[in-house]
Design a protein around this ligand. Structure first.
Ligand code: FEO
Ligand code: CA
Ligand code: CA
Length: 635
C-alpha cells in the first residue's frame, strides 16, 4: 500500500551506534571487489554470481515489454490476456450466503463479511487438482472508506466500523479452469472469510504473556481479528503466512503516548476512526490490545474449520509478510521484514524439522506448532559486504531483565526495542522477500526512504546507500552454509530509479526498464523474478516518466528488467502466484482510484476499473494472466 508517514509509523529514533553511520558505499564496493567480485557486476546488477540463470537454453524472458503509461486500463505484454476475477464485494461462495455486490456500496456489514474484502494484497495458489482447480488465499490489506460506503465518512456509525472490519483480513476462494478461463467455484466448502473480528489462537513465547492479556481475554490466548494483512507466503506444509503490517494506525492513544507506544508509531491520531465505535482500539482503555497485532499469522486454507494462529516466535513488527526456506536437514527458516523506515529484517530458524503428513494428519496439521519453537535473529549488514544474524534471544547480549526484557515473550513483543539494542541495521522499508532455493540467494525489496540522510535521521550506509532515497533498491544475500547460517554475504541486485532523472541519486542502475519503489517480488516456477512497483500515485513529480505502477520481470542471471504489465490509475500490482504448470499467473490490482474523496462524493474521480459501471466505483481484484497460445508465462 502507499503509506502516509505523516500520520503513521516512522518511529525509530534509536541510535544504534554501528559502523553504518560512518560507512562509505564506495568503499564497500571497493572492498567487495577485493573479495573477487567484478566492480561492473556490483554497479549494474547481478551478472557475476547469480542465481536463476540457466547455462545455455532459451532466455528466461521471452515476452515483448510494454512502455510506461497512465490510463485506467490494464496494459499487458502482446500475446497475453489479463482478466479480472473476484473483485472486492464479490460473494466468496459460502453456501446460502452469497449476496450480490451493490455498485453504490450499500451492502451491509453482514453482507461484506461473506464477500471479498477490500484492497487485495498478497495471494497464493493451492492446487486441488493440478493446474486446473485450486484455492486462492488473498490478503485484504486495508479499506478506503470513501469507496466502502455510499457517503464515505461524511457520517460515521458503528455499522460502518463493522463493515470496515468485515472488509479486512484474509479470504479463501475456490477457483477452476473452465476452457481457457478461470472461474470462482460457488458454493465451495473451502470458501472462507477471516476478518478483523475472527478469533485467532496465539502460538509461541507471547502466548498467555502478561502483556497480551486484556479485560476481554484475561488468559491472553485469543485475539479477535487480523489487520493490515499485506504480503503472503506459502509454507512447504501447505499453509498460508500473512503479515500484519499497518496495524498501529488503527489505534488511538492518550495525548501523550507511552514510550512503548511511541516506538511502535501509536499516537492519538487514528487512521480510519474505528475507536469511535469500537473501544477495543482505544489504548487508554485497552493498553495491551496493540501487543496482540503485528504478528505473522498462519492459516490452513485446506481446512475451513481450522483456527488461524498468530505466530509470536517470529517476532512482532509492521510485518510485510513471511517466507519459508528449508534447511538441508529439513528445518524451516522464516524470513520476514518490517515495512517501516529505519526498521529491520528478521529470520526465524525452527527448532524442529518439518513433519510429513501421515497418521491421519495433513501436513498442515502435522506442523501445527512448528513455528512456535526456534530462534529469532535480526540482520546486520556490514560495510565489507558481509553480514551477521544477531540472536533476538532473552539473556543474549543486552536482552536482559535489567534492560526491560523480562523473558522471551517480552523480547518478541518488543522486537523493535530489542533490535535497537542489538545494533541491527536500519533498513529502507523492507517489503517482500523472495527465496531462490536453487541458488540459495534471498532477495528483499527496500522500497524507499525519503528520510534517509535527513537532519537528525540516520545517514546512508552500505546496504542503504542513497540519501533521500525516493526510488528504493533490491538487496540480496547468501547464507554462509545453509539457510540457518549466522553470517552471510550480500550485495544489491539493483538500485531502482529513472536514468533521466536530473537528481543523480534518483537515477539508479537498472539494466532495462526503469522502475521505482520495488515492493512485491516473487520467483515463478522457472526462476524468473517478478517485481511490482509502488511509487507515488500514477506518476507524479519525480515519477512522471514512470506512469502507473507496473509489474516487471528480472532475469536474475543477467540483471535485465523488462516491464510486463501496467495497472489502472492509482493502483499497485500486489502479490504474484502461479499454477504449478506456470501457465497461469495470478496478480492483484490493489487500490485502483485511491485518493478519491473520503466523503464518498466522487468515487470515480481517478478510476472506475474494472467494471466501468456508470454508478459504480473502482474495485481491487485479482488479475488472471494467461498466454494466448496457452504457453508458460514469461516465455
Ligand atoms: Fe502493505 Fe508495505 O505494503
Ligand atoms: Ca509499498
Ligand atoms: Ca507492499
Amino acid at each position: 500500500m502507499p503509506k502516509d508517514f505523516s500520520t503513521m509509523e516512522d518511529s525509530n529514533r534509536s541510535s544504534n551506534p554501528t559502523i553504518h553511520e560512518v560507512s562509505d558505499p564506495a568503499r564497500r564496493l571497493w572492498l567487495q571487489g577485493g573479495l573477487g567480485l567484478s566492480l561492473g557486476a556490483l554497479l549494474s546488477g547481478c551478472a557475476a554470481q547469480s542465481s536463476g540463470a540457466r547455462a545455455g537454453g532459451p532466455p528466461l524472458m521471452g515476452f515483448r515489454g510494454v512502455p510506461s503509461s497512465a490510463t485506467d486500463r490494464v496494459v499487458v505484454a502482446p500475446g497475453y490476456t489479463a482478466t479480472p476475477l473476484a473483485p472486492w464485494g464479490e460473494p466468496v461462495g459460502i453456501a446460502g450466503q452469497m449476496p450480490a455486490f451493490k455498485f453504490d456500496a450499500s451492502n451491509s456489514a453482514a453482507e461484506q463479511a461473506v464477500q471479498m474484502g477490500m484492497h487485495h494484497d498478497g495471494l497464493n495458489f493451492y492446487a486441488l487438482d493440478g493446474s486446473r482447480r485450486g484455492l486462492l488465499a488473498v490478503n485484504q490489506e486495508y479499506t478506503d472508506e470513501g469507496l466502502l460506503h455510499p457517503d464515505g465518512q461524511a457520517t460515521w456509525t458503528a455499522e460502518k466500523v463493522r463493515k470496515s472490519q468485515a472488509a479486512h483480513g484474509i479470504t479463501v476462494i475456490e477457483i477452476e479452469l473452465q476452457g481457457s478461463r478461470w472461474q470462482m467455484v460457488r458454493p465451495s466448502r473451502y470458501a472462507r472469510r477471516i476478518t478483523a473480528t475472527t478469533p485467532f489462537a496465539i502460538g509461541g513465547p507471547a502466548a498467555g504473556h502478561a502483556l497480551m492479556k486484556t479485560a476481554a481475554d484475561p488468559a491472553g490466548g485469543t485475539v479477535l481479528g487480523t489487520i493490515g494483512n499485506c504480503a503472503s507466503g506459502k509454507t512447504p506444509w501447505g499453509t498460508y503466512l500473512s503479515g500484519e503490517e499497518n496495524w498501529a494506525g488503527y489505534f488511538t492513544a492518550a495525548d501523550v503516548p507511552t514510550a512503548h507506544e511511541r516506538r511502535w508509531g501509536i499516537s492519538k491520531n487514528t487512521w480510519n476512526r474505528w475507536p469511535e465505535h469500537d473501544r477495543r482500539f482505544d489504548t487508554v482503555r485497552n493498553p495491551n490490545e496493540p501487543n496482540r497485532f503485528g504478528w505473522v499469522v498462519e492459516v490452513d486454507p485446506g481446512d475451513p474449520t481450522s483456527t488461524p494462529v498468530k505466530r509470536t516466535a517470529i517476532g512482532r513488527a509492521a510485518h510485510e509478510g513471511a517466507w519459508v526456506a528449508t534447511t538441508k536437514d529439513g528445518r524451516a527458516v522464516v524470513y520476514s521484514g518490517e515495512d517501516a523506515r529505519f526498521e529491520y529484517i528478521y529470520k526465524f530458524v525452527s527448532r524442529d524439522k518439518i513433519a510429513a503428513a501421515g497418521n491421519g494428519k495433513t501436513a498442515a496439521q502435522a506442523n501445527a506448532t512448528l513455528l512456535d519453537h526456534g530462534t529469532l535473529f535480526v540482520a546486520r549488514f556490514d560495510a565489507d559486504g558481509s553480514g551477521r544474524w544477531l540472536p533476538v534471544v532473552h539473556g543474549s547480549g543486552p536482552l536482559t531483565a535489567a534492560n526491560g526484557f523480562a523473558d522471551q515473550g517480552e523480547v518478541v513483543i518488543k522486537a523493535r526495542q530489542a533490535s535497537d539494542l542489538l545494533g541491527a541495521t536500519k533498513m529502507d522499508r523492507p517489503e517482500w522477500l523472495a527465496i531462490d532455493e536453487r541458488s540459495g540467494w534471498v532477495y528483499c525489496t527496500l522500497t524507499n526512504n525519503s528520510q534517509r540522510g535527513a537532519a537528525g535521521r540516520p545517514g546512508v550506509d552500505a546496504a542503504n546507500p542513497r540519501a533521500n532515497n525516493t526510488m528504493g533498491q533490491i538487496i540480496r544475500w547468501k547464507e554462509q552454509g545453509d539457510f540457518s547460517g549466522e553470517s552471510f554475504q550480500w550485495n544489491h541486485l539493483l538500485l531502482a530509479g529513472d536514468p533521466a532523472n536530473p537528481r543523480a541519486e534518483a537515477q539508479g542502475n537498472i539494466r532495462g526498464d526503469m522502475l521505482a519503489g520495488p515492493d512485491t517480488i516473487a520467483f515463478d516456477p522457472r526462476g524468473l523474478l517478478w517485481i511490482g512497483s509502488d511509487h507515488s500515485a500514477s506518476g507524479q513529480g519525480e515519477f512522471a516518466r514512470m506512469g502507473n505502477n507496473a509489474l516487471l520481470a528480472c532475469d536474475p542471471g543477467t540483471g535485465e528488467v523488462r516491464r510486463f504489465l501496467v495497472g489502472p490509475m492509482n493502483s499497485e500490482l500486489t502479490g504474484a502466484t502461479w499454477s504449478p504448470d506456470g501457465r497461469t499467473m495470478f496478480v492483484n490490482v490493489q487500490h485502483p482510484g485511491s485518493g478519491s474523496p473520503r466523503d464518498g462524493s466522487n468515487p470515480r474521480q481517478f478510476s472506475n476499473w474494472p467494471d466501468f459501471d456508470l454508478a459504480g466505483r473502482p474495485r481491487s481484484a485479482t488479475l488472471v494472466i494467461r498466454k494466448d497460445d496457452g504457453g508458460v508465462i514469461g516465455t
